[in-house]
Design a protein around this ligand. Structure first.
Ligand code: GDP
Length: 300
């Protein structure tokens, strides 16, 4: 929580501050309510969540006769946390199942932080005592496989990679096979994300998943989204959701944006939880997403 607050404070809690400034005195006129609405929209919460939040605030401000900033903060906190579906299961399904490892697929557009996230996640799992195999199924960019290999060496995981241009599904299959043969706990498969050929991507990702499933079920499909690109991230999410059943979202670069409100939209639109957030480029800059901690950071 402390880290999240530190990382987000500079940019994000401007949103919280202006909301509390508007709500803190109670008795808002129409202009002020419009400002509340604009603040939420500018922070990327989207019109649906914004509409609901404003309606609930308007009602509850009156019902509870909110007059002070501390009362406003308590109400705002409650309403925002509620919007973030606190009941979602946000656990990473990285526990082995009897004689086979868990299998996690990491998908997303190039540049969103997919490989970095795979490396950071491997680090968390290894630090937790798990044995991990990384699969470098982005075979189109040698640099991507190199980058994953560097992470593997750094965190103490094994890596399976193919030759440049190898079939991504074959590499994914090999990684899972290796994981089973070696009796490891978890296989993380990093995939390619060239969105400019949409059908190509769909075919390829679908195939990767199908081929893996000849060996073992896929436990988690994590979609990596860059928080700094706002609405475009949402458009990407829609495309991926058509190809594979996403089970969770990793929102990266939350340290670099004042628009963390995209969390609200992503969950609402995809119906899946944000499970992890990226808070920097370093190996330890990956954190579980905790709605209450996030809202507290937002409110400063
Ligand atoms: P990929 O193409 O999706 O695999 O993306 P990479 O993992 O190569 O990451 C792209 C860039 O984003 C790199 O410079 C990363 O260091 C950076 N990056 C990844 N995650 C984060 C994050 O949470 N915060 C910040 N500030 N940078 C990040």
């Amino acid at each position: 929580l402390h880290r999240l607050r530190g990382r987000l404070s500079r940019s994000q809690n401007a949103v919280g501050r202006s909301l509390l400034g508007l709500l803190g005195g109670g008795d808002l006129d129409e202009d002020s309510w419009e400002e509340v609405e604009d603040t939420l929209l500018v922070a990327d919460l989207g019109s649906a969540a914004t509409g609901e939040i404003v309606a609930t605030l308007r009602e509850q401000m009156a019902v509870r006769n909110v007059r002070s900033e501390s009362e406003a903060r308590a109400l705002l906190r409650e309403v925002l946390i509620d919007q973030l579906t606190p009941s979602f299961d946000r656990s990473i399904r990285a526990l082995p199942h009897g004689d086979r490892p868990s299998v996690l697929l990491v998908v997303g557009v190039n540049g969103t932080g997919k490989t970095t996230t795979t490396g950071k996640l491997a680090r968390v799992l290894v630090a937790d005592g798990r044995r991990v195999v990384l699969g470098a199924a982005d075979t189109f960019r040698a640099a991507a496989a190199d980058q994953l290999q560097t992470w593997a060496e750094r965190v103490g995981a094994d890596v399976v990679r193919g030759k440049e241009g190898a079939d991504p599904a074959a590499v994914a299959f090999d990684a899972v096979s290796r994981g089973i043969a070696d009796g490891v706990d978890c296989v993380l498969v990093d995939t390619a994300g060239r969105l400019h050929t949409k059908t190509g991507l769909m075919d390829e990702l679908g195939k990767v998943k199908r081929v893996i499933e000849k060996k073992a079920p896929v436990d988690d499909v994590l979609l990596v989204l860059d928080a700094t690109i706002g609405q475009n991230g949402l458009a990407q999410a829609r495309v991926f959701a058509q190809v594979v059943d996403i089970t969770g979202v990793v929102l990266t670069k939350l340290d670099g944006t004042a628009k963390g409100g995209i969390v609200f939209q992503v969950q609402r639109e995809l119906g899946v939880p944000v499970k992890l957030v990226g808070l920097g480029e370093g190996a330890d800059d990956l954190a579980p997403f905790d709605p209450a901690a996030f809202v507290d950071a937002l409110l400063g």
